[in-house]
Design a protein around this ligand. Structure first.
Ligand SMILES: *Cc1c(COP(=O)(O)O)cnc(C)c1O
Length: 343
């Protein structure tokens, strides 16, 4: 069996999810009459504690629409320096919203309040106005790290004091909520807008939902159409999202437990080092003494797929196809690899 730990985006829809998709009532959503899309959008908005939601094809599109609506071209936006929106969205902030990307140093995805404040500029004859603070939770490049709710509130306070809005890239916000044992609204109440992914750990094949105030989402709908993200009988996809929200949230706790077990097992293998205390959600970041490419090749020969995350780092992501046996197979593959490559 192949154990695919490249990402939690590799999941296949379950038979029950496909059944929900097959029986969903559909309409033309661009014309405003797909009932299943409407249901997903109101379910998502209610979950996030926001007035409205907008179903979009990807997390990237949701995030970039948010920038377009929050900002005008030439405005400055603050991001943590390892943010997905800066690293992995094809330079989109410069292309679509036309904003100036200003990065804030972070430790484990956490920015200090002083570092944020020192980068805020007010619009005057020389400087662009800094109009938006983006937060990522859980933080992808920081290994699934959680930004705690009290810090989210402090970020909001700084933003409000400086007449800035806040956007949460919450691709995996449910992982944070489940890991904290706190309702997701505890994390989303301190931001103006949030995008979360249905196609990541929640196991839907496609889609994200951007949530925020009703007037904001109305404008977002216009930008989505402009970007080519207006979809027709998209209820067939939204049905998978509804199924995911109703059935696949609580089970994220299993992924988190297995991530810890995987980290503990790998920590005993020579040539690997793991900060086990940093395994808080569904990611395991493994640092290697030998070049990571040697490891990735060797484990792939034993049926384990993973992505190198730097020259000496590999990222392993847990999801609902990874059961205890898959975790054991992964540990075995790394152990065999260690002897093969002389780690
Ligand atoms: C995956 C991801 C996104 C974007 O998702 P796509 O659906 O792949 O465009 C945004 N932010 C974070 C933190 C992610 O991990």
């Amino acid at each position: 069996m192949v154990v695919d730990l490249r990402s939690d985006t590799v999941t296949q829809p379950s038979a029950e999810m496909i059944r929900a998709m097959a029986s969903a009532p559909l309409g033309d959503d661009v014309l405003g009459d797909d009932p299943t899309v409407k249901e997903l959008e109101s379910l998502a908005a209610a979950a996030m504690g926001k007035e409205a939601g907008l179903f979009v094809p990807s997390g990237t599109m949701g995030n970039q629409i948010a920038l377009c609506v929050h900002c005008r071209p030439g405005d400055a936006v603050l991001f943590e320096e390892q943010a997905h929106m800066v690293w992995y969205e094809g330079g989109a902030p410069a292309v679509f919203a036309g904003v100036l990307t200003k990065t804030v140093p972070g430790t484990n995805g956490i920015m200090s309040l002083a570092d944020i404040e020192s980068r805020i500029t007010r619009r005057n004859y020389h400087t662009p106005g800094t109009v938006l603070l983006c937060i990522e939770n859980t933080h992808n490049r920081a290994g699934g790290a959680i930004v705690p709710p009290d810090l989210m509130e402090k970020y909001q306070t700084i933003a409000t004091e400086n007449a800035m809005a806040t956007h949460l890239d919450g691709a995996r916000i449910f992982n944070a909520s489940v890991a904290l044992g706190a309702p997701v609204q505890k994390l989303t109440k301190s931001v103006d807008t949030v995008n979360f992914c249905l196609s990541k750990a929640l196991g839907a094949p496609v889609g994200s939902v951007l949530c925020g105030p009703a007037a904001f989402i109305e404008e977002a709908k216009y930008v989505r159409k402009r970007m080519g993200g207006g979809m027709r009988q998209s209820g067939i996809l939204a049905a998978a999202g509804i199924y995911a929200l109703e059935h696949n949230v609580d089970r994220l706790a299993e992924d988190h437990l297995r991530a810890k077990a995987l980290g503990a097992g790998l920590a005993e293998i020579p040539g690997l080092s793991i900060q086990q205390e940093d395994i808080v959600t569904n990611f395991v970041m493994v640092d290697t003494v030998l070049p990571v490419t040697l490891w990735v090749e060797a484990i792939s020969r034993h049926g384990v797929k993973a992505i190198a995350f730097g020259p000496h780092r590999v990222r392993l992501v847990l999801h609902y196809h990874i059961d205890d046996q898959a975790v054991a197979q992964c540990i075995d593959a790394f152990r065999t690899a260690a002897s093969e490559i002389g780690a």
